[in-house]
Design a protein around this ligand. Sequence first.
Ligand code: UGA
Length: 422
Amino acid sequence: MKIGVIGMGYVGLIQSVGLANIGFNIVGIDVDKEKVEKLNRGIVTIHEPGVEELLKKNLNKLEFTTSYEKIKKCEVIFICVGTPQDKHGKANLNYVFSAVESIKGNLSDGYKIIAVKSTVPVGTNRKIKEILKVEDVDIVSNPEFLREGSALEDFFNPDRVVLGFENEKKEKARESMLRIYKLFKDKGVPFLITNWETAEMIKYASNAFLATKISFINEIGNICKKLGIDVYEVAKGMGYDKRICGKFLNAGIGFGGSCFPKDVKALIAKAKEIGEEARILEEIIKVNEKQPLKIFEIIRQKGIDLKNKKVAVLGLTFKPNTDDVRESRAIVIIKKLLEEEAIIYASDPMGTENMKKIFPENENLKYLSNPQEAVDKSEIVLLLTEWPNFKELNFGDKLIIDGRNIIPKEKRKNLNYEGICW
Ligand code: UGA
């Protein structure tokens, strides 16, 4: 079976190399000519552990192109383009619809399946059907659940596979999708076969729930800090309860990335559109927006004026093992530090180049490749991403504000240490 994948970002690239490794022949399409050329040479333009190795290993089964003509020979086409946030908080579906139009202009005779992996609001798969207006095409909603930084591991070991079909008559589409994901079925991974709208909502509700856990534990953490309680002990105690589950209860400066903030806002926008209140969802965002500012509360409480204070900002990416800085909490914190006229020494193993595009170097902001140098030059150290090497640094007696529970408890005693909410 030949498979087409539209969009060579995080989702599409993982889907392509993952399916190629299983044994399928893949045509990967992207509008970015330079990216396509690099991929054909086995070069990956994003940082994601293991992907370049797997790409190189399977190059004989992968063809990357900018031309939609190549999908004529594909039986199944995955849409994996981005759905960024528009100015009203809604998901911008322009890339999805433009991919659909391009597919429509290149449909050959014969049956095809279009599988939508992009995160799209409820009703989008139905709209795609209206745009296509072709009989011999089935549309499947097949949301992705990959985490950046461990996307390949998630691809090969999914917790579930969700497949949404127009109706139960779509036997042929179901068979083809089950053939693609047979490996997972054989491993005993649960499959949920449902309709389009349910599949679309499963994706949003899953991300919103994970974001809820984070904002919840951050709020508990803020209360705990005032009461002198370690929220990490509390989370541990809660997590032993299987109904709660300890995962995603790591308190800190809040969630970033290209998914949680955007998807929760898109779900709020959907609720508004249908005249429904989304009070919990709105609070998740509000808690998350306030959480990084707790750093400044701590600084104020210590009576420190940030003007001309030298501050090391360690960690720029929204999480470790990626170079992605989208919606990173470091953005909010750097912005505020610059407003307060602090002098920033920023360091990150992978995120510097991307952060420079948002905040170019200036006389108040320098990027240093060596985090120890940033610490040595500064009076205050902010730990914002849990890169493992940060805990090995020598902090002396500088004030450390830990936003991610990086410094182990036993090391804190001899340091000038403050946890953000513990
Ligand atoms: C998230 C979901 O975890 C994936 O299942 C989903 O497929 C993906 O979004 C998506 O929709 O594409 P991702 O954004 O890559 O994945 O990263 P996460 O590991 O979920 O972390 C998101 C943010 O939450 C990070 O800033 C992280 O530091 C923060 N976080 C996570 C916490 O603050 N505490 C936690 O306990 C966990």
